[in-house]
Ligand binder design. Structure first.
Ligand code: FPP
Length: 268
């Protein structure tokens, strides 16, 4: 049993024993919510919550990779987040740059391929250059994929897909009847990566908030009451245990074994 070999916090052994290592989701998506509330509750500026959110993310990357998950997709900055006060937007932009500069070598050593999903064009050149060089450095890594959604919106992604398909149809490259699910999938920003089996949202909010609207069609949703900075190994284990208790029917009547999902996995 691989679980026993990896380093697990002793207090979580009971939880880890409840996990079936053969049924770990290949792809987990996370809406990391509650940084601001975490800080406010402690009488601290919201920026403290975001800093602490980075530590939580680092822990969850490690834990999910150790468990055998292959892809983690996290929502770091939505298209709607620009409406926050300038001070907070600037803080987040600087934080992304600072964290990546500090962590990218370790990410690379761990053979993690990092990808940024979203429209990067409005970001400052310095950040864009760090995002692009991080992707380039880790492009051939094979152990794990970390998708970081920045300036991402699910509706905007689908509008872009529709525009690309319309262009192809207008130029005669395809006919309207060629438009099918496969074609749409091939135009998504997540193309080449299977859909998430599990979506985790923290802080008790029960919304998808414009995240991966196409890709989450059949994902199991786990809502954690814990605020993101407090989401740790034990909370992650609870999400996996809950996921493994579900009967995934995909609109049918019998559960499809995860093996059949694994067949559809292909990395870009
Ligand atoms: C949601 O909490 C969190 C965010 C908008 C930012 C998440 C970003 C990180 C954890 C940093 C990630 C860093 C890298 C390099 C990927 P909120 O501010 O909406 O909290 P609230 O709902 O309590 O106000």
């Amino acid at each position: 049993m691989r679980l026993k070999k990896i380093s697990i916090n002793k207090k979580n052994i009971n939880l880890s024993n409840q996990i079936d290592i053969k049924r770990i989701p290949d792809h987990i998506a996370i809406i990391m919510d509650g940084n601001g509330r975490w800080a406010t509750k402690k009488g601290l500026p919201r920026s403290f919550g975001h800093n602490q959110g980075v530590s939580a993310l680092k822990e969850i990357i490690k834990v999910s990779k150790n468990l055998g998950c292959k892809v983690l997709t996290v929502y770091a900055f939505s298209t709607e987040n620009w409406s926050r006060p300038n001070k907070e937007v600037d803080f987040l932009i600087n934080l992304f740059e600072k964290v990546l500069k500090k962590e990218i070598n370790e990410i690379h050593q761990e053979s993690i391929k990092i990808k940024f999903i979203g429209d990067l064009s409005p970001f400052p050149e310095t950040l864009k250059s760090v995002l692009n060089s991080s992707e380039a450095l880790t492009r051939n890594n094979k152990n794990f994929i970390l998708n970081v959604c920045v300036n991402y919106g699910g509706r905007q992604e689908l509008v872009k897909v529709a525009q690309e398909i319309a262009k192809k149809s207008f130029s005669g490259e395809i006919k309207p009847c060629d438009v099918n699910e496969e074609l749409i999938k091939s135009e998504l920003l997540t193309q080449g990566v299977q859909d998430p089996e599990l979506l985790i949202r923290t802080s008790g909010e029960k919304r998808i908030s414009n995240f991966l609207l196409w890709q989450l069609a059949y994902s199991e949703i786990y809502i954690s009451e814990v605020l993101w900075p407090d989401f740790d190994e034990s909370e992650f284990f609870k999400a996996i245990i809950d996921y493994q208790s579900r009967n995934r029917r995909f609109g049918g009547i019998e559960s499809l074994a995860n093996e059949s999902l694994k067949d559809s996995y292909c990395s870009s």
